[in-house]
Design a protein around this ligand. Structure first.
Ligand code: NAD
Ligand code: DAU
Length: 351
């Protein structure tokens, strides 16, 4: 094998697409997926590639320094692509501590393990930290987040991610660790856990359940197809400059309510329902606490310097996503069994 890369969080939504891309595209790399398998980690996401000779899975918690040290010693990675995180804003509002542990302590544990393994021999080594646009805070009607926008995180989730970003940069400046970072906008696509807006709405529409829209549905998100994010991670990992940050986004802003209406139209067509039938499920519920109004990414640095651009139009990507969920009924069933129902009841019954 030419290189060994540890991908953390590889059993999650984005991580599984990154693992699949790397395993298929780089047969001479050994890909080690390190994942704790929380409620969001699902090895079914990788069932098509898990027998590949260049793929290994290690069930490990990134906050456990002993087991992470042992994994680093065993595989001696040349690169880390770090995606493992607690990722859902609503869960961070009800239980911030998990976010502090995984996102801050877990990231620092990985930074320490990389530093210990590589020492001063950092030639051809890379620690890639995958982050979010939420660290920049909330925009008004105008403007975009650039790589130099001041950090202004406003939820426990975004504050924990901001903190991890600062630590990654601090290890670069203080110890010379070779790092690269990216901050991406909202992803959508196959394998997305149905606690997030798009897959939750697809599942509810399919089952004729209310679609819970927070507040008036006027909040704006900038949506990117998950494979386009995975492609950006590939480009940044291989060509990004040491110590740099790259913003990734789709230039694809939608208010939540317009997005849900589009999704309802697509679902009516796919489920052979009368036009307008699914829209009747839209239900306005109590707003998220501290709900950020608008995110919008300026990804011109990544496009200009590394030649990446999104490949899919939103309508096409959303239709592909709906097709995937309708064709993968069993995946969805397995995911919504058990704890999901308890979470859903707690999160939505009081709204
Ligand atoms: P996800 O919640 O779907 O997956 C997270 C994965 O991390 C799961 O497989 C989980 O088991 C694993 N994990 C959690 N805690 C762990 C621990 N302590 N040790 C080891 N593994 C652990 O998340 P996602 O949506 O795929 O996001 C992946 C990364 O991308 C996160 O860092 C997130 O902040 C970032 N990001 C996500 C989006 C988005 O729209 N989803 C956008 C920008 C950035
Ligand atoms: O911007 C990147 C971030 O995008 C990532 O860092 C996060 O990991 C990811 O979860 C996502 O965060 P959001 O909070 O934007 O995503 P979510 O799908 O939870 O919500 C999208 C919008 O929809 C947001 O304005 C809240 C709203 N919403 C969400 C849910 C779950 C609803 O109106 N109803 C809902 O039931």
């Amino acid at each position: 094998m030419n290189k060994t890369i540890i991908i953390t969080g590889g059993a999650g939504f984005i991580g599984s697409h990154v693992v699949r891309l790397f395993v298929a595209k780089y047969p001479d790399y050994r890909i080690v997926n390190v994942d704790k398998l929380t409620y969001a980690g699902n090895l079914e996401n990788l069932s098509d590639i898990d027998r590949n000779p260049n793929y290994v899975f290690e069930k490990k918690d990134i906050t456990n320094s002993e087991s992470i040290k042992a994994v680093f010693e065993r595989y001696r990675p040349d690169g880390i692509i770090h995606l493992a995180a607690e990722s859902h804003v609503d869960r961070s509002i009800s239980n911030p501590m998990e976010f502090i542990m995984t996102n801050i302590v877990g990231t620092t544990t990985l930074l320490n393990a990389a530093r210990t393994l590589w020492g001063n021999d950092t030639k051809e080594k890379r620690f890639y930290h995958v982050s979010t646009d939420e660290v920049y805070g909330s925009l008004g009607a105008e403007g975009y987040f650039t790589e130099t926008t001041a950090y202004d995180p406003r939820s426990p989730y975004s504050a924990s991610k901001a903190s991890s970003d600062h630590l990654v940069r601090a290890y670069h400046h203080t110890y010379g660790l070779p790092v690269v970072l990216s901050n991406c906008s909202n992803n959508y696509g196959p394998n997305h856990f149905p606690e997030k807006l798009i897959p939750l709405s697809i599942n509810n529409i399919k089952n004729n359940k209310p679609i819970p829209v927070y507040g008036k549905g006027e909040n704006v998100r900038d949506w990117l197809y998950v494979l386009d994010h995975a492609r950006a991670i590939d480009v940044i990992f291989h060509k990004g400059k040491n110590g740099e940050t790259y913003n990734i986004g789709g230039h694809n802003e939608w208010t939540n309510i317009d997005l849900i209406r589009l999704l309802c139209r697509i679902m009516d067509k796919k489920l052979h329902r009368k036009a307008g039938a699914s829209e009747k499920l839209i239900t306005f519920v109590k707003d998220r606490a501290g709900h950020d109004l608008r995110y919008a990414i300026d990804s011109s640095k990544l496009q200009r310097e590394l030649g990446w651009k999104p490949s899919l139009q939103f309508e096409e990507g959303l239709e592909k996503t709906v097709d995937w969920y309708l064709a993968n009924e069993q995946w969805l069933q397995n995911v919504v069994n058990g704890d999901y129902e308890k979470y859903y009841a707690k999160q939505y019954e009081a709204r």
